[in-house]
Ligand binder design. Structure first.
Ligand code: AMP
Length: 194
């Protein structure tokens, strides 16, 4: 049976300091598996990337990893993925990840995570795709960035409608359920029970 939905997750190749980041990654991976979904991600085994992939696999999800050859050579690939695609460049990787996803979700992470998130957000504002995008603000990690972006709206470098293109939440199951629903796909979770 094909997966009910496919979520592309961007997250840190490091675990970060706060244990709540790891808890959030576990919750995301488990939810995707429990709801019959598929995880698409950067194919790494370290940090939150490895946590979300292992949790998804353990919960029965299909896991699609897309990783550039250079990172495979550094032995950073997760060889347990259901599908592991080794591509030539970061551009090929990001294109394939975006194509294979129904929705995007960013967890806490560093510049790689931010770059990937901002790219799909920018593509969305230009109308290159209409897939939902979520920001999991686990343990308030993104509070300062969200404040900065509110300032960018105040300074009129962006409009409020651009902020409205991303969904923000601190609760992983609620955010995932909303993203899947917004993509027009189904899950079995009851939103009023989350
Ligand atoms: P960062 O947030 O800087 O740790 O970068 C994480 C994001 O960049 C992930 O979503 C990956 O797509 C990519 N990335 C960075 N480092 C790695 C790595 N060691 N292995 C696989 N992907 C990585």
């Amino acid at each position: 049976m094909p997966p009910a939905f496919s979520v592309c997750v961007y997250c840190g190749s490091r675990p970060g300091l706060d244990a709540r980041f790891t808890s959030a990654a576990l919750e995301v991976g488990r939810w995707i598996g429990q709801q019959g979904g598929q995880l698409v991600y950067g194919g790494g085994k370290s940090g939150l990337m490895g946590v979300v992939a292992d949790a998804a696999l353990a919960s029965g999800a299909r896991v699609v990893g897309v990783i550039p050859k250079a990172l495979v050579d550094k032995e950073l690939a997760h060889l347990g993925c259901t599908e592991l695609h080794i591509v030539d460049s970061m551009h090929d990787r990001k294109r394939m990840m975006a194509e294979r996803a129904d929705a995007f979700l960013a967890l806490p992470g560093g510049i790689g995570t931010l770059e990937e998130l901002f790219e799909v957000w920018t593509w969305r504002q230009l109308g290159y795709h209409d897939k939902p995008i979520g920001f999991l603000n686990a343990a308030g990690y993104y509070d300062k960035l969200l404040d900065f972006l509110a300032g960018a709206v105040d300074e009129q470098f962006m409009g409020g409608w651009q902020m409205d293109l991303i969904r923000r939440d601190t609760n992983a199951p609620r955010l995932l359920a909303q993203l899947v629903q917004a993509a027009g796909l189904s899950h079995t979770a009851r939103l009023d029970q989350i």
